[in-house]
Design a protein around this ligand. Structure first.
Ligand code: HEC
Length: 187
């Protein structure tokens, strides 16, 4: 291929890839923000109450197994009921399905520095995204995400179910990840 043709092809490929990459831009919408905060509260309350019931019923190990089989289906059912898509993502994920994207990692880095608790809204293409930081906010979390608080038997249960677990070694108040809501067809 001669050089000018090569340059032309390269330029076309480059402009194509730029036009295909939707930029993710932060935006303001007080109504969507307050609605999302309510949804987020409801979602995390449901997860927490399920977690507490599972611990009361069978102790920490049984609760890990409960989370292993139910956390994502529970999230999916709340998503379905609300016709939205809820999820949790983390830079130090336990479940591989909760691994943060590159964009989410940079947002996590910002929250790690600011320690802010304020959620943010973003627009990417036709999608709207809501992100709220999740902090380790109770000693309860440390039973399964801490360091010395994790007993030997809990460690082995975690290892059995999540051999690539990155979600231990957290301390109280530390950023654990992000709660995410995707609005595909925002009204
Ligand atoms: C009984 C053990 C247990 C306790 C207590 C616990 N977690 Fe978890 N956590 C898990 C398990 C197991 C998963 C993986 C669930 C899955 O497979 O979807 C998880 C996943 C998560 C995730 C999703 C990201 C990831 O790493 O996969 C977040 C965020 C999280 N936990 C935060 C918390 C917070 C905050 C608390 C305290 C309120 C807490 N957890 C208490 C066991 C626990």
């Amino acid at each position: 291929m001669n050089t000018s043709l090569y340059r032309f092809v390269l330029l076309c490929a480059l402009s194509f890839s730029i036009s295909c990459t939707d930029k993710t831009v932060e935006f303001n919408d007080p109504e969507l923000m307050s609605r999302s905060k309510l949804y987020a509260k409801e979602y995390s309350n449901t997860l927490k109450s399920n977690l507490k019931t599972a611990i009361t019923n069978g102790g920490i190990e049984e609760a890990i197994k409960f989370c292993n089989t139910n956390a994502i289906p529970l999230t999916d059912s709340i998503s379905k009921a609300k016709q939205l898509s809820f999820s949790r993502v983390s830079h130090r994920n336990r479940n591989l399905l909760n691994k943060a994207s590159r964009f989410e990692l940079s947002l996590i880095e910002q929250y790690n520095q600011s320690k802010s608790k304020n959620p943010k809204l973003f627009q990417t293409g036709s999608q709207k995204l809501f992100y709220a930081p999740i902090y380790i906010d109770s000693p309860l979390c440390l039973n399964c995400h801490g360091t010395t608080q994790i007993s030997e038997s809990v460690k082995s249960t975690l290892y059995e179910l999540y051999p690539n677990d990155l979600a231990t070694g957290f301390s109280d108040g530390e950023l654990r990840g992000l709660l995410k809501i995707i609005y595909d067809n925002p009204q």
